[in-house]
Ligand binder design. Structure first.
Ligand SMILES: Cc1cc2nc3c(=O)[nH]c(=O)nc-3n(C[C@H](O)[C@H](O)[C@H](O)COP(=O)(O)OP(=O)(O)OC[C@H]3O[C@@H](n4cnc5c(N)ncnc54)[C@H](O)[C@@H]3O)c2cc1C
Length: 470
């Protein structure tokens, strides 16, 4: 049931009517997810401008038992940021809270509001000769609160860790309006339980993150990128181990991409194929660290030549300028979007132990073919983290309805293998609405029970993002 006019007016009084959207055309973009897979309903989107306003919103929501759906950049891929179809919920967008409150280059820390886009934060760090390492293709739209609420991973997690590893503290508004003030910039602080980690990855089900204190890294001086063609994922694993052994934490990206993922990005993303000739698999390698670009290029070049001489890689090309390096990265980043024009796709964001990636790929292929004959596997992702986006596009010119009907069998086949290999069905995108049932049926009972106990303790009325995660 939609929120009544009196309640809408009380919420609107908190933000001011200008920042309380009630017009359906204005609300529409907040009600559909990036993939167009989830369509929700609501008659109110609030855009608070301060922590005090968020606090007042959650106090009123608690008093009136109004469900609240926090939203950042709405780039999430599991339907977590979209309300259900009942119109009962208010969407709270953090987009206006985008200030960088403090940046401390000497201490390598930054305090930033939840609505700051990842791109803006990266640019601010860069201007201070620092790096904020989280790197997602959605950086221009996704926001820090969303990155933390989903514990985002991305391309640089290999050497810098996931969002959780970059967070020193949080400011969170709890259901009822209490503000948890944890914006510390301390590396060491062992006073009691680590509460921030409860909220990181909680996908808006426990409270609203309004600001965060985060780690910065020194800006890498030298950087080199290359695409290499390899015959098999086993060769890619050997290459990963060789580069890692020589460069350690200077290896900042190692992305494995199937030929079809590259083909789609070239076809629909306006990109150029990096290598001539046909390669079943391509690997994007980035190293960065101290020294100059030329030194990094020489190191990477020598490693790739040695790999080719050893028969591990078939061909390779190194970026010869910053612009070419960015183009190399852009090709990888175009892969998610490039699947859209190819029709319906079944997405899997899986992780397995890094060394099991070749076995996963080898065994998943026939399993998918059995479940959906002719389906096109589009596999790409963060091999260095053991994380693949194992997506399945509908057969070219095939029967879409039949393909969609086979989706549960395709996913079951993929997940059976993931489980057997000791992996996870949610590597970096979260649970949201999409994987809630899977969590309930696959997580060990004691962990699930503890999660439910925590949820009930923090959000006893269940107003925070209902229907998501648990
Ligand atoms: C092209 C593309 C590439 C992507 N690449 C990656 C990738 O490499 N790695 C990766 O991990 N993800 C990736 N994503 C997924 C997505 O960008 C991330 O999940 C991102 O962290 C979501 O941020 P957001 O601000 O858009 O959050 P939203 O989509 O708005 O919300 C996501 C979840 O967080 C909750 N939430 C949002 N803000 C807050 C807040 N302030 N407080 C509490 N809860 C909140 C929402 O309720 C929802 O449950 C990609 C997405 C796209 C479209």
């Amino acid at each position: 049931m939609p929120l009544g006019p009196d309640l809408v007016a009380r919420f609107a009084e908190i933000t001011g009517t200008r920042h309380a959207l009630t017009d359906q055309a204005a609300i529409a973009p907040y009600l559909v997810d990036w993939r167009g897979a989830y369509q929700g309903a609501s008659n109110l989107v609030l855009r608070p401008g301060s922590t005090a306003e968020v606090s007042a919103i959650l106090a009123l929501a608690q008093e009136t038992r109004t469900p609240v759906v926090p939203q950042g950049g709405n780039t999430g891929l599991v339907g977590g940021s979209i309300p259900d179809e009942s119109s009962a919920a208010v969407v709270v967008s953090l987009a206006r809270m985008e200030a960088i409150r403090a940046l401390d280059p000497a201490g390598n820390t930054v305090i930033v509001e939840a609505g700051c886009t990842l791109q803006s934060l990266r640019e601010a760090a860069d201007a201070a000769d620092r790096l904020f390492p989280l790197a997602l293709a959605s950086a221009g739209s996704c926001r820090i609160g969303g990155n933390l609420a989903t514990n985002a991973g991305g391309i640089a997690a290999l050497s810098h860790g996931v969002a959780r590893d970059l967070c020193l503290g949080l400011e969170v508004v709890l259901p009822g309006g209490a503000v948890l003030n944890g914006l510390r910039t301390l590396k060491k602080d062992n006073r009691g339980y680590d509460l921030k980690n409860l909220f990181i990855g909680s996908e808006g089900t426990l409270g609203i993150i309004t600001a965060a204190s985060l780690k910065l890294a020194p800006k890498p001086k030298g950087r080199a990128l290359a695409w290499a063609g390899v015959a098999t994922p086993d060769d890619a694993l050997v290459l990963l181990n060789r580069v890692q052994a020589e460069t350690g934490s200077a290896l900042t990206a190692f992305e494995l991409c199937g030929a079809r993922a590259v083909e789609f990005a070239v076809r629909h993303g306006g990109m150029r194929a990096p290598l001539t000739g046909a390669h079943p698999w391509l690997v994007l390698v980035e190293i960065s660290g101290t020294g100059q670009d030329t030194e990094a290029e020489a190191t990477l070049g020598a490693l790739l030549v040695a790999a080719m001489e050893a028969g591990v890689a078939d061909d390779a090309v190194i970026a010869r300028s910053g612009a070419q390096g960015n183009a190399f990265m852009a090709l990888r980043e175009a892969m998610s979007d490039a699947q859209k024009p190819e029709g319906h796709s079944i997405k899997h964001d899986i992780s397995v132990p890094v060394a099991a990636i070749p076995e996963f790929i080898r065994r998943a292929e026939p399993a998918v073919e059995r479940a959906a004959p002719g389906a096109r596997i589009v596999c790409f992702g963060h091999m260095g983290d053991g994380n693949l986006h194992y997506n399945i596009s509908e057969p070219a010119g095939g029967d879409r309805a039949d393909f969609i009907a086979r989706a549960p069998a395709v996913t079951a086949a993929v997940l059976e293998l993931v489980t057997e290999l000791g992996g996870s069905f949610s590597a970096e995108h979260g649970i949201g609405r999409m994987k809630r049932d899977l969590l309930a049926t696959t997580l060990d009972p004691a962990s699930l029970a503890l999660m439910r106990t925590l949820k009930a303790a923090i959000d006893p009325n269940g107003i925070m993002n209902p229907g998501k995660v648990l």
